[in-house]
Unconditional design. Structure first.
Length: 229
């Protein structure tokens, strides 16, 4: 039996469907990890209910209780540090993070974003893609950096844009691909295969020239070939 080796904390502001994908993957033995806490800025976030149902500690920190973003983030990350995560996953967390807190955790914090970065940063990404006439859209997992949606991109999943798509329909199809993409990428972390070195992503010790393009069934159990000696 595989024992959890990776401690994961999750930041979430919304329904928590990506969190649920992690809960399910851990429960099914697909992801060798332990969820050590779910942290939210919104008391009504569905992610908190999902965490509680799964027996994962759920913590809400009210924005109105702090006069500045910096003080809010200092308190939030002090709570996160208490559970000693190996990795912090932003899964639908809708607040900008302070540069100080991000810089202190470079290489240990990732985010899933609903676009093929660097295209369509920020909010309303599906409408952005439609307005730009994109024929391919998707999702990205990247290291968090002080720049909004600007850290090195680890992996992506592509979704075709259909002629009759509106933002809602396109968003639903992208979300379906987000779930396996996040699980697949986290498997690489739990296997010790991904690291960030001087803003370069290494997979099995070899630098990634471009983000991994992952389909829904790619579990990446086989190590990538190394450069010839």
């Amino acid at each position: 039996m595989t024992h959890p080796t990776h401690r994961i904390a999750v930041l979430a502001s919304g329904h928590g469907s990506n969190l649920q994908a992690l809960i399910d993957a851990i429960g099914q033995g697909i992801l060798a990890a332990e969820l050590v806490g779910v942290f939210s800025d919104r008391p009504q976030a569905g992610a908190l209910r999902r965490a509680e149902a799964a027996g994962v500690p759920a913590v809400v920190t009210g924005v109105a209780d702090f006069p500045t973003r910096r003080e809010f983030d200092e308190h939030l990350f002090s709570r996160i540090d208490r559970v000693h995560p190996d990795l912090i996953v932003c899964a639908g967390y809708m607040r900008l993070l302070s540069e100080r807190e991000v810089t202190a955790r470079m290489g240990r914090m990732i985010n899933i974003h609903p676009s093929l970065l660097p295209a369509f940063k920020g909010l309303r990404t599906h409408q952005q893609a439609l307005d730009a006439g994109a024929v391919v859209h998707g999702a990205s997992v990247h290291f968090v950096s002080p720049e909004l949606d600007g850290g090195p991109v680890i992996s992506q999943a592509r979704v075709p844009v259909l002629a009759d798509d509106d933002a809602a329909a396109l968003g639903r199809r992208v979300l379906e691909r987000e779930h396996p993409l996040l699980v697949q990428t986290l498997r690489l972390f739990t296997q010790g295969r991904i690291e960030l070195l001087d803003q370069r992503i290494l997979l099995d010790g070899r630098e990634l020239d471009t983000p991994l393009q992952l389909g829904p069934d790619d579990l990446l159990d086989t190590p990538a070939p190394r450069n010839p000696a």
